[in-house]
Design a protein around this ligand. Sequence first.
Ligand SMILES: [Zn+2]
Ligand SMILES: [Zn+2]
Length: 329
Amino acid sequence: MLQMQAMVATGPGKLLEAQTRPRPEPGPGDLLIEVAACGVCRTDLHVVDGDIPAAYPVILGHEIVGRIAAIGSAVSGFAIGQRVGVPWLGFTCGTCEYCRSGRENLCDLPLFTGATRDGGYASHAIADARYCFPIPERFSDVEAAPLLCAGLIGWRALRLAGDAPVIGLYGFGAAAHILAQVTLWQGRTTFAFTRAGDSDGQAFARSLGCAWAGASETTPPEPLDAAIIFAPVGALVPLALKAVKKGGRVVCAGIHMSDIPGFPYADLWQERSILSVANLTREDGTSFFAAVEQSGLRTITNVFPLGQANAAISIVREGKLDGAAVLVP
Ligand SMILES: [Zn+2]
Ligand SMILES: [Zn+2]
């Protein structure tokens, strides 16, 4: 029997376990993918920590790039050897009120890759073909991996932020380094906010073209039209509210955040708003990949062998990487 290698989350708070398993067969609607690269997303840390629902034991990883090794009997439009990407949204019911109103990201009965169905910290992965994306040619496998979540969720957050000419990004990691290149390409003034004292992170943001980079507690050179918060730190919400002008939006892009401290109503007054971004729709993916095709975007990646997934996770947790961590089997 053919085998596969996987790094498995066996329960909350546990290190990932290296396992050898029988290689699965694709179901009628599935693709079997030989994984070439899988990004490490902050959401993976939340699965490891038990902060969000997951179906343990589960193979982490929802930024999968790979090539099709087998095709389910009911799938059309894909070819063996074709490169595809697999994102966080792994399945939707198609019948709930959210699916029927173009909001499948809020589906009542979804499956999420690398949390409630197996993901890509592995040599092979099964994915529902309807949720896979073709990947623009100009990206290598490793470069493309962070686009599948860090890129896509940033894109959805930006859509919700609206037509904001001056935008602030709080937490300058894998997602912000991609989104900043998109906002700069779109001609928006882009400010980067990092932890106090993170001069490396601030220099990285400026090297990508951000007009200013500084500590989250400091006042930016001009008021923001919108802020997007990527760091899982609730205390950033009132700080970002103070930094946005009248009518400004504060978009929380993370799946989990520490509690938001209290703040005066005056900081929300004047039609400022706070909203969260949940998951993605397939349309977000299609529009995002069309935009990055033209934008000249480059992702900055740090490669780790699959077997070192635990080390990669702790480095991401420390927030010390410029760009994104990517596992290669
Ligand atoms: Zn649904
Ligand atoms: Zn993610």
